[in-house]
Design a protein around this ligand. Structure first.
Ligand code: NAD
Ligand code: GLY
Length: 365
């Protein structure tokens, strides 16, 4: 029998949905009430499928369940792989009454969500995230999409799921490096809007790294509460939601530079948050003690603190120029006004930005 720990609501009017958090939910929790029609297509990959696909199927009693297994990895978050989902849907004659289910990490979630947003002009979908990163961030909020060789997540759609089912037990099979990557997004919530959560993280970080299930469940609940609150206030990212991108502008540049999948998304975000903190300090909004505190928590989560050795300031500037937040050619960044308070700004001094890039890049030209 499963153990239900928390249930949160993403409050979006008629598109509201629950985030169901618990232990042993996979295989036991009945999700068929979230499926309007009779057909279900579970989208997973060749790492997660062998671990959890049979249990996920059991969550849909009375439904006709088909499955499609994608190749694993960020490098497959592209058109070709997306097309495998459409192939399966059409081969199995799924109609516009079908429901897609994303079973996996953020890569599967973003792709299955995008397939749901576009198949027959849009069908419902459910998220069953199985990585820490996807449980605390990507499965909530309806951002879906794929990468383009010239930029991360450049093609996609907003499409909210019908429900998010988080079985915290799935984290026990996750490699330690992936736990650290997820912690980057957890730390992000503390930095941008919840100092009390950051203080809790500072005392719980060693348990989290050790995959302690109680600590992880608490981190997931508090992260999802932060994300649900932000998304409810600003679903389409006209302002507040962009603060969730702390560290992502620098981070996406790193991910694109090294080639998708060579650095994990959360690793790039960890380094990106330190770079954003450095720039915030140069802008005079946080002090050196705040900066050192941020470096400490990111490093304690076993995340990298500096970009790849061969990445130059010009590489950052070129890659950051395509960031989705930019307006009229002006680089827009998320900076910290203080710990627990973030701002989205196009006003950072170019001189300070150049100084940050010079400080972090080991090669100048
Ligand atoms: P991922 O999906 O690549 O998963 C990481 C690895 O863990 C993969 O190899 C995966 O197969 C494996 N895995 C998944 N669950 C497992 C489990 N329980 N046990 C063992 N292995 C497991 O990476 P991720 O970190 O989950 O997601 C990163 C992606 O999410 C990026 O593409 C990023 O752009 C996206 N993202 C999206 C949003 C959003 O709002 N939509 C937010 C943040 C990140
Ligand atoms: N991960 C950023 C967002 O969902 O807006």
């Amino acid at each position: 029998m499963y153990n239900l720990l928390h249930e949160l609501l993403v409050d979006l009017g008629e598109r509201s949905y629950p985030i169901i958090i618990g232990e042993d939910l996979l295989g036991d929790y009945d999700l068929s009430g979230y499926v309007a029609g009779s057909q279900v297509m579970i989208v997973t990959n060749d790492v997660v499928g062998p671990l959890y696909l049979e249990q996920a199927k059991a969550c849909f009693p009375g439904k006709s369940v088909d499955t499609v297994v994608l190749p694993d990895g960020e490098k497959h978050k592209d058109w070709q792989t997306l097309n495998l989902i459409f192939d399966a849907l059409l081969e199995k004659r799924h109609t516009r009454k079908t429901t897609l289910v994303a079973l996996g990490g953020g890569v599967v979630g973003d792709m299955a969500g995008f397939a749901a947003a576009s198949y027959q002009r849009g069908v419902p979908f459910l998220q069953i995230p199985t990585t820490l990163l996807s449980q605390v961030d990507s499965s909530v909020g309806g951002k879906t999409g794929i990468n383009h060789p010239l930029g991360k997540n450049m093609v996609g759609a907003f499409h909210q799921p019908e429900a998010v089912l988080i079985d915290t037990g799935t984290l026990q099979s996750l490699p330690p490096r992936e736990i650290s990557a997820g912690l980057a997004e957890v730390i992000k919530y503390g930095l941008i809007r919840d100092v009390a959560f950051l203080e809790w993280l500072e005392q719980a970080i060693d348990q989290l790294i050790a995959c302690d299930s109680k600590a992880l469940a608490e981190a997931i609940f508090r992260s999802c509460a932060c994300k649900a609150d932000v998304v409810a206030q600003d679903e389409r990212e006209s302002g507040l939601r962009a603060t969730l991108n702390l560290g992502h502008t620098f981070g996406h540049a790193i991910e694109t530079f090294v080639g998708y999948g060579n650095w994990l998304h959360g690793e790039a975000v960890g380094t990106g948050m330190i770079m954003a903190a450095d720039l915030s300090a140069r802008e005079g909004s946080i002090n050196q003690a705040d900066y050192a505190r941020i470096v400490r928590i990111v490093s304690r989560a076993s995340l990298p603190a500096s970009p790849p050795a061969d990445m130059k300031p010009a590489d950052f500037m070129n890659l950051m120029a395509v960031d989705k937040k930019n307006v009229d050619g002006r680089l827009t960044l998320v900076l910290l006004r203080s710990i627990g308070d973030a701002v989205v700004t196009a006003e950072a001094s170019p001189k300070n930005l150049a100084a940050t890039l010079k400080a972090f890049c080991r090669q100048e030209n």
